[in-house]
Structures are given as C-alpha cells and as structure tokens.
Design a protein around this ligand. Structure first.
Ligand SMILES: [Zn+2]
Length: 142
C-alpha cells in the first residue's frame, strides 16, 4: 500500500493539468504576459551587470515592446532614473507623444509612488509587477 500523495504534489499536478485551461480563459495572472515579464527581468539583469540597482521595466504598446527600462540611479547619479521612469521617458521620445494611453508598464517590482504617479500622468493604462505580472490596474497618482 502506498502513501497518499502529499498536498504539495497534488497542487503541483493540478497546476500542470489546469494551466492550459487557465491560459485559455485568461485566469492566470501571467497569461500572455510571459515575454514582457521576461524582458523586464532581462533589463533588471542589465542594471545589475552595470552595477546599478536591481530593477528593470518594459513599456508595451499594442502588444509590442516600445521601451526598455534599466535602472540608472547609480550609473547616472540620478535619483529619478528608476527603471520605470527610464521606460516612460524612452517611450515618449520614441513615440513622440506624452499620452501613453493603451500602453502597459511592466516592472520587476511594484512601482514606487514617483513611478506610479508618472505613469498616471502619462495615462498608462495598466501597471504590472513581479514574475507573476501582478496588478493590472491603471496607475493612480498616490
Ligand atoms: Zn520608482
């Protein structure tokens, strides 16, 4: 007689079996966000490699990456050069507009008050953070 599977093993098996269904119905918070999350974390790695703070971000419009954000607080000696701010600045410059309606900002960590306020001022539609793309709400000026 074998021991019943542990709760952890059951949970892992359920996650594997249910993942396609979760993706199909959009139930997973990370559904469709994987490559943007990966890109944000790649930018975090770039920041670390440059000797900066471990933060990365990416600004996405219409399903395409418009700007990478790599923390430059240390390398630029700029207290406002957070990864999210870098992505917002670069996106505005590239798109030639200050209105980023319809765009999403992905960060490796939850946006700080400065970055969230800047995203709100830029009318970014959604903020996501972390490896599981948590959040998804419009930014607020907090
Ligand atoms: Zn910030």
């Amino acid at each position: 007689m074998s021991a019943p599977p542990s709760r952890g093993r059951l949970r892992a098996a359920a996650a594997i079996l249910l993942a396609p269904l979760a993706r199909a119905v959009g139930a997973s918070p990370a559904a469709g966000h994987e490559r943007f999350v990966a890109r944000a974390f790649a930018n975090r790695d770039r920041a670390i490699a440059a000797g900066d703070q471990a933060y990365g971000a990416v600004l996405v419009c219409d399903g395409e990456v418009v700007a990478d954000g790599v923390s430059a607080v240390v390398t630029n000696a700029d207290p406002m050069a957070h990864a999210e701010m870098q992505a917002l600045r670069l996106a505005m410059a590239r798109l030639g507009r200050r209105d980023l309606s319809g765009c999403a900002l992905y960060g490796t960590s939850r946006a700080c008050a400065m970055c969230e306020s800047a995203a709100a001022a830029a009318k970014v539609s959604r903020l996501y953070h972390g490896r599981d793309a948590a959040g998804g709400q419009p930014p607020s000026a907090r």
